[in-house]
Design a binder for this molecule. Structure first.
Ligand code: ATP
Ligand code: ZN
Length: 305
């Protein structure tokens, strides 16, 4: 044996973690969104962490309630969670380490609403004075009550909120609603929406190295691109030059359409535009009435701002 063993330098590749609900209403859509961002990973049943195979991004599968604090503590750099949970759990007063919303995603739509037993009169927030309200969202509710200048008793429950009035534990409830069928099955009526919620992309303030920060930004912009692309359509049409302004005004959510000459036809132009909103048949019919012809609507597969 000659010489000394050389010290091995192990280059550690930066990796980031994104927190996603392990099992619940948000799970399938969240994992689907990450796959559409180009992230491949394998997932075994009951696994808590999935290692990204083609990107240095790992997916941590947790209870949704834990996502804001995992981000605030710097365990994960990004997360997908309901706005309702973010606002209820966001770590106020914890110095620099907070979880903040950096994007919106369209799934997980629901509302946090007040619901009263059928037959109880509710004409407005003043009817709540002195009432007992059962909820799993005491912080959001108390903030809302304070804004209304109302004092009421908040009964904090971690589950089965909708049966609290029947059990005599509260006069009314404040709970998440999407279709309203759970409420009506429990003899309750939705009377006031206090928060419209949907899934938000959350990131933290904990300092990370430059390489990880770049990865975080890259994933944020990919998620943003996937979300925007879902509604986006690429429209191509021919329009009389005289109707150009009218037709541009009819294109939903498009910024600056491209206008091109048509070979050999002087009084018409071709217009291409990316429309960010849904393009309905009514829109197309409106374009046709304004003089458009050869209208084509194509899906957009990828978009990077
Ligand atoms: P976990 O075990 O992760 O804590 P959970 O029981 O808190 O699960 P789910 O019922 O799966 O959570 O709901 C997760 C999120 O889905 C809610 O916080 C909310 O943002 C959203 N959501 C959408 N529609 C509804 C609904 N009708 N009821 C409850 N949550 C809804
Ligand atoms: Zn939860």
């Amino acid at each position: 044996m000659t010489g000394e063993a050389k010290p091995m330098t192990v280059e550690r590749e930066a990796r980031i973690k994104i927190a996603v609900q392990k099992s619940g209403r948000l799970t399938d859509n969240s994992l689907g969104l990450l796959r559409r961002c180009g992230l491949n990973y394998s997932r075994a049943a009951d696994q808590l962490i999935c290692f990204g195979e083609n990107m240095p991004v790992d997916v941590l599968l947790v209870r949704d309630d834990d996502i804001p604090s995992l981000i605030a503590e710097g365990v994960c750099q990004l997360g997908l969670v309901g706005l309702n949970v973010l606002l209820e759990k966001s770590v106020e007063g914890a110095g620099l380490m907070t979880a903040r919303r950096v994007g919106d995603v369209e799934f997980g739509r629901c509302r946090l609403s007040l619901a009263v037993p059928r037959g109880m009169s509710y004409l407005g927030p003043t009817d709540l004075a002195g009432r007992r309200i059962a909820t799993s969202y005491p912080r959001i509710l108390s903030r809302w009550l304070a804004e209304q200048g109302i004092e009421a008793d908040i009964v904090t429950l971690s589950g089965a909120v909708e049966i609290a009035p029947k059990l005599g534990r509260a006069d009314l409830i404040c709970d998440l609603v999407s279709t309203g069928s759970t409420l009506s099955a429990n003899g309750l009526e939705e009377v006031e929406v206090i928060l419209e919620s949907h899934v938000v992309l959350v990131s933290g303030d904990t300092p990370v190295d430059a390489e990880s920060a770049e990865l975080v930004q890259r994933l944020i912009s990919r998620i943003d691109g996937v979300v925007r692309v879902q509604e986006a359509k690429y429209i191509m049409l021919h329009a009389p030059r005289s109707a150009l302004d009218e037709i541009k005004a009819l294109l939903p959510g498009s910024e600056a359409p491209t206008v091109m000459p048509l070979d050999g036809i002087d009084d018409k132009v071709a217009i291409h535009a990316v429309c960010q909103e849904n393009v309905f048949w009514e829109t197309l019919e409106g374009l046709k009435r304004a003089g458009a012809s050869s209208v084509l609507v194509l899906p957009v597969e990828k978009m990077l701002a």
